[in-house]
Each structure stands twice: as structure tokens, then as C-alpha cells.
Design a protein around this ligand. Structure first.
Ligand SMILES: NC(=O)c1ccc[n+]([C@@H]2O[C@H](COP(=O)([O-])OP(=O)(O)OC[C@H]3O[C@@H](n4cnc5c(N)ncnc54)[C@H](O)[C@@H]3O)[C@@H](O)[C@H]2O)c1
Length: 342
């Protein structure tokens, strides 16, 4: 199958191109980057015959089966829709878009053109996520009544990308980092329908006395939030809280997902416990993680296209995660609880 990658930065080159290259039946025919020198350099490095600076030119000139969208979030909508209209299947990087309206338009374009769509969510390829999802699906924890997500970095604002730039990324730690953990938790608990969101966001960076953080840019340029917290209420009356922080103190707790159910509780990193009265039984299975979870997710997309089946990341999951994040941002902006329309 013929593939092309749009956006040749950290994730386009290191995630998509490197991993397509490991698949025997994938022919990487073209790359695109607004920075043409970068597109050319990557094309040369990986022996890819065509390089472009405009994604429409790339789509016009090639009949493609697979397109990876690896540009800043603000470009995802148009480039994804253009790729569908050109007849390709699309895997788009997270965050899917910068609003749920855009996400819906992308999903509609996929359906209209009868194509497949997935996302670069490598946690979906983890063995622990799959094992816990299966345990919950089989009723091992009973009804899930609460989920707690803590995500982020310890004193580390990613400095290699444009996550600090509001107009290009739409948001900060929530859209760029916590989206992975939120998606994983949402997927594991069975993608319940979100109905309300409450949130607060903060930029601690600009208030620190001596911000000894790993940030390569100029602090004045840092526009997005480095902290976001929210509470989501689902239609099934369960709840989810999320706390995402690029500036977690070194002594503070590490990223984690905790899930509470009628018969026990579970965590990622993987621990499963069931309880009966005051007795607790550990049910954590032995698992072996795949070497490269991102490869697993990209391969799932490729296999889904070849086998004409649905990829592991489904439309309603993409949309719910986008709606939850957007709801948290809107609530933080308005100071009110936000209703999520379904
Ligand atoms: N799945 C993951 O773990 C992971 C990791 C990092 C980044 N990402 C995602 O990948 C995407 C890209 O992030 P990155 O870290 O690679 O950023 P990056 O800045 O390293 O690369 C983005 C590239 O896109 C190019 N570009 C910008 N506008 C363009 C346009 N209109 N058309 C074509 N090219 C354009 C830039 O020149 C740059 O080379 C984002 O959605 C990000 O959230 C995912």
C-alpha cells in the first residue's frame, strides 16, 4: 500500500516514517513539511522519492492508501479532510483537533468518503491497557463508578514542539500530553457518554520565582496552560477526574490512572484488586509489554485498511475525548459547568 506523511517533525519522522519503514507492504512514496528543507532532508534520509511543502500538491500528485497527519493541531482538520477527499485513509496525531466541531467534521468526511480513520495513541498498544480493559469488560470490577487520571511531566514543558503556542496547538498540557491518559482511561472503562465538564486551568510557569524547568524556549513565548484539572460526569452517573501538570514537583505522585468499581479497583501502571468485605485479592495478570506500542497502533491502522475493518480508535472514542477536553477548557474560561451535547 502507498503511504505519505504530512509533517516531518519529531512525531512524523520518529513515530510514523520510522515505523512505516518496518512494514514490508508499505511503500512510503511522499512526505510533506511546510519547511521544505526539512521535507527534503527526511526524504533523503529514508529514500522517499518525493518531497513537498504543500500537502494539497502531495495529495493531487499521488494516489494514496494511507496518509499520516503529523502537523500542529490547528492544521489537523483541513489536512485530514483534504486527505479523505483525495481518497486516502488517515491516521491523525493527537490531539485530533482544537474543537469538537472540527472533530465531527473530520469524522463526517471519513464516513462520507467511506474511509478508515485512526489516531496516534500509542497507549492503545500497551499490554497493560488491553489486559485491564478485558478484565473490566468481563465484569471483573462490576460497575465502574469513578475514574481518576493524573498525567503530565515532572518540571518538564516539552520544548521540542509548538505545544507552548496557543494559536498552533489550541491548548497546552491537556491537548498535548494528558490526552494520552484520558483516552486510555476512557477506552478502558468502555467509553461512557460524557454529559458535563467542569475545569480549571493555570499557568504556573509565569508565577514561579526561579523556574528551573526543562524548557528550551523563551518564557515570555509560553502561552498555553501548564496545569489543567477537570471533572466529567457521564450519562451512566459515574465520574472522572483529571489532573494534568507539566510542572509536577519531583516529590509528587507520578502519572497514574485509578478505576473504582463495585467489586474492586485497578490502576495503570497495572494493578488489579478485588475486595470482599475486608479481604482484598490481587488479580494483576502477568503481562509482557510490546517493544514498541506505537508500532502496534500504526500497524492496527494499516491492517484495518487492508482487511476493511474498524481501527482500534473508534469515532465515538475520538469525539468523547475531544468533548471532555474542550468542556474543561470552556468551563475554565467561563467559570461554569459546561453541558456536553450528544
Ligand atoms: N503520539 C505521540 O506520542 C506524539 C509525540 C509528539 C507529538 N505528537 C503529535 O504530533 C503532531 C506533531 O508534533 P511534533 O512534536 O512532531 O511537532 P514538530 O514541531 O516537531 O513537527 C511538526 C512539523 O509540522 C510542520 N508543519 C507545520 N505546519 C505545517 C503545514 N501546514 N503543513 C505541513 N507541515 C507543517 C513543521 O514544519 C514541523 O516540521 C502533533 O499533533 C503532536 O501533538 C504525538
Amino acid at each position: 500500500m502507498k503511504a505519505a506523511v504530512i509533517g516531518c517533525g519529531i512525531q512524523g519522522r520518529g513515530g510514523h516514517i520510522v515505523n512505516y519503514n518496518k512494514m514490508n507492504d508499505i511503500d512510503l512514496v511522499a512526505v510533506c513539511d511546510a519547511n521544505f528543507d526539512k521535507a527534503q532532508a527526511v526524504a533523503k534520509e529514508f529514500y522517499i522519492p518525493n518531497a513537498y511543502s504543500d500537502h494539497r500538491e502531495l495529495l493531487d500528485k499521488h494516489d494514496l492508501d494511507l496518509v499520516s497527519i503529523c502537523t500542529p493541531h490547528v492544521f489537523h482538520r483541513n489536512q485530514t479532510i483534504d486527505a479523505f477527499e483525495a481518497g486516502a485513509n488517515v491516521i491523525c496525531e493527537k490531539a485530533l483537533a482544537i474543537s469538537s466541531t472540527e472533530a465531527i467534521e473530520m469524522i463526517e468526511a471519513c464516513k462520507r468518503n467511506k474511509k478508515k480513520m485512526s489516531m496516534g495513541l500509542q497507549n492503545r498498544g500497551s499490554a497493560e491497557g488491553n489486559a485491564l480493559k478485558q478484565f473490566i469488560k468481563e465484569g471483573g470490577l462490576g460497575k465502574i463508578y469513578y475514574t481518576r487520571v493524573v498525567s503530565g511531566h515532572v518540571m518538564n514543558i516539552p520544548g521540542y514542539s509548538v505545544f507552548h503556542n496557543k494559536s498552533l496547538s489550541g491548548g497546552g498540557v491537556l491537548y498535548s500530553t494528558a490526552v494520552h491518559s484520558l483516552d486510555l482511561a476512557n477506552w478502558i472503562i468502555g467509553n461512557p457518554t460524557p454529559v458535563t465538564a467542569t475545569g480549571t486551568i493555570y499557568q504556573k510557569t509565569h508565577h514561579m520565582k526561579k523556574p528551573e524547568i526543562s524548557w528550551k524556549g523563551v518564557l515570555e513565548d509560553f502561552e498555553t496552560e501548564d496545569f489543567a484539572a477537570g471533572y466529567i460526569r457521564f450519562k451512566n452517573n459515574s465520574g472522572l477526574s483529571i489532573e494534568s501538570n507539566w510542572l509536577t514537583h519531583p516529590w509528587k505522585m507520578r502519572p497514574k490512572i485509578e478505576i473504582l468499581g463495585d467489586y474492586g479497583s485497578a490502576e495503570i501502571p497495572l494493578r488489579i484488586y478485588t475486595d470482599q468485605g475486608n479481604q482484598v485479592f490481587e488479580r494483576t495478570p502477568k503481562i509482557t509489554e510490546p517493544e514498541n506500542p506505537f508500532f502496534e497502533v500504526l500497524k492496527d491502522f494499516v491492517d484495518a485498511v487492508r482487511d476493511n475493518r474498524t481501527p482500534i480508535v473508534k469515532f465515538s472514542q475520538m469525539l468523547h475525548v475531544q468533548q471532555m477536553m474542550e468542556g474543561i477548557y470552556k468551563s475554565a474560561e467561563t467559570g461554569k459547568e459546561v453541558l456536553i451535547k450528544n
